[in-house]
Design a protein around this ligand. Sequence first.
Ligand SMILES: Nc1nc2c(c(=O)[nH]1)N[C@H]1C(S)=C(S)[C@@H](COP(=O)(O)O)O[C@H]1N2
Ligand SMILES: [Mo]
Length: 315
Amino acid sequence: MLIKRPSEILPSEITPHGTYLRRREFVSAAGALALGVAAGIRAPAAAAQEGRKIKGFIKSKFSTTEKMNSLKEAAGYNNFYEFGTDKSDPPLYAKRLKTQPWTVVVEGEVAKPRTFGIEELMKMQMEERIYRLRCVEAWSMVIPWIGFEFNRIARLVEPTSKAKFVEFVTAQQPETMPGVRLPVLDWPYIEGLRIDEAMHPLTIMSTGMYDEVLPNQNGAPIRLVVPWKYGFKSGKSIVRIRFVEKQPRTAWEKANSQEYGFYSNVNPEVDHPRWSQRTEKRLPSFFANHKTQLFNGYGDQVAGLYAGMDLRKLY
Ligand SMILES: Nc1nc2c(c(=O)[nH]1)N[C@H]1C(S)=C(S)[C@@H](COP(=O)(O)O)O[C@H]1N2
Ligand SMILES: [Mo]
């Protein structure tokens, strides 16, 4: 396959997150994959559990009362670059993601490293958290996630005193993810948090939304949700969690550290180098109909994490 060098690509072809995966190339990669499936190379066993209801979750005091987006909106407009850079690619192609069997390895600076089967994690007491989701591209939604606080996993593995950061690694399935065959990001998708950010009660591992298991395009079977940071910090389809001493190098920092820094706390005062962050489009509106809030409106709970730090540098 032919891939243009970045210098040959017109600005109009650059997607908002600034990558150089071109639509036509992606479609041909996806097409090749479809042919492979047709030839019986690998039939996707994945979608089996999509749509399954989650029962017995409790409501949370951390939920917003703002108007929610619909499931159709939240599952129809996605960033999941492993499946392509167009918002409509993941809803089309993520059906193929193989979500069974699924394990999450938890390792690194912990006293009790462990590999969790997804079934085990699905047995945790779940809560509904209705959160605002603010993408760095200046659109937002309100989504009722179902999940549990990340700190509950941490308590099971007992981080050591050397654990200063946590790294979250997304699955890399070349046979189901056309995007990972192209140099969009340095795969796998890796994100990270400082340990106190990860342990904060607002940071959740989500296994569902709108009463159902997560649609594949939203990060099935388990993803992170960090509501006060830009959406790209909330990695999807997590397979590995590493407690580490040094600040992880994230996939987006490697791609463009000027535009997608490690902290990336939502901040209306700090513009993205290529657009303002002052306002946002609350989908389905295509107008900037909302004022962006510092920490995406979660400042009362999280501002203390950054006491004494220059917020302008925490982008
Ligand atoms: N693995 C992975 N996780 C990811 C992304 C991605 O491309 N790959 N995109 C991020 C971005 S930019 C956003 S805004 C949110 C979108 O989540 P949603 O599609 O569930 O609304 O997922 C984040 N998590
Ligand atoms: Mo995003």
